[in-house]
Design a binder for this molecule. Structure first.
Ligand SMILES: NC(=O)c1ccc[n+]([C@@H]2O[C@H](COP(=O)([O-])OP(=O)(O)OC[C@H]3O[C@@H](n4cnc5c(N)ncnc54)[C@H](OP(=O)(O)O)[C@@H]3O)[C@@H](O)[C@H]2O)c1
Length: 246
């Protein structure tokens, strides 16, 4: 990754803001960019809104929400940064598959709905608002296990397949928006294994120095985004800014 000196974002949108990383990112962004307006989207109704922070309650994986989300976004200033945190690995009746036979249509479709469609729906409502001269940084939190080239272990079919599809969405967006906008950085970021609800069932095999706090991961992700240059667009990045093969 090249080092770039970028102007601080004035408006930042965090989607999936209610999860472990989303919450930590909102805290880190408020600390680092106290002048910036924060826009947040999550399924939770609880977040408060004031002049500096505006929250919208929506499940972005549901296509029915897109009209309302678009109306809300139109009423707010255009974000310079968008960080989309939505993602799912397990849920009450589903653990990641160890082999092919364990992968069900339902699990794969649900994974795609949260891991891919929630990102696609937000991109679709944002796209008509984008302005050629207004720089955009978009980061989808993805996962190294979504890299096809990096897959040497197998398993986790629905998570891997859906994150690989998310990676392709990000790559496509970088191309389409790169043609439309003067300055555009569209990336997928692997946060590293972070102590959140998503990683909870798998933490016993991770050494303490490889399991990061949400605050540390948020700090690293924001640092990566701050230093992005136009040459980084269309890449899958590790939490230290190095590139992971697609
Ligand atoms: N933690 C890790 O070790 C790790 C490692 C690699 C990649 N990641 C990625 O980092 C991102 C954030 O994960 P996290 O660790 O913060 O996990 P988390 O605490 O479980 O948060 C997951 C996020 O996904 C959204 N979400 C979960 N289930 C959903 C559903 N059924 N429908 C719609 N949205 C749903 C939530 O949005 P709401 O705000 O609406 O609740 C929440 O923001 C994910 O994309 C994950 O794949 C995490």
């Amino acid at each position: 990754m090249q080092q770039a000196v970028n102007t601080p974002p004035e408006v930042i949108l965090v989607a999936g803001a209610g999860g472990g990383l989303g919450t930590a990112l909102v805290e880190e962004l408020s600390r680092r960019f106290p002048q910036a307006k924060l826009l947040t989207i999550s399924r939770a109704h609880s977040a408060s809104s004031d002049g500096q922070h505006s929250h919208y309650s929506a499940d972005l994986s549901d296509p029915e929400t897109t009209v309302d989300v678009a109306d809300w976004l139109r009423s707010e200033p255009l974000p310079n940064w968008v960080i989309h945190c939505s993602g799912i690995l397990h849920w009450p009746d589903h653990l990641p598959e160890k082999n092919l036979q364990q992968c069900t249509d339902e699990a794969l479709l649900h994974s795609i709905s949260v891991n891919v469609l929630s990102h696609m729906h937000l991109a679709q409502v944002l796209a008509p608002l984008l302005q050629k001269r207004s720089p955009l940084t978009w980061a989808s939190l993805s996962a190294k296990v979504g890299s096809i080239e990096d897959n040497h272990l197998g398993g986790w079919y629905s998570y891997r397949m859906s994150k690989a599809a998310l990676n392709m969405l990000v790559r496509n967006l970088s191309i389409e928006w790169g043609r439309k906008l003067d300055s555009c950085r569209v990336v997928a970021v692997h946060p590293g294994t972070t102590d959140t609800a998503l990683s909870k069932p798998f933490q016993q095999n991770i050494s303490a120095d490889k399991l990061y706090t949400p605050a540390l991961s948020a700090d690293r992700i924001v640092s990566v985004l701050e230093k992005l240059s136009d040459a980084d667009t269309g890449k899958l990045l590790f939490w230290d800014g190095s590139q992971i093969p697609w």
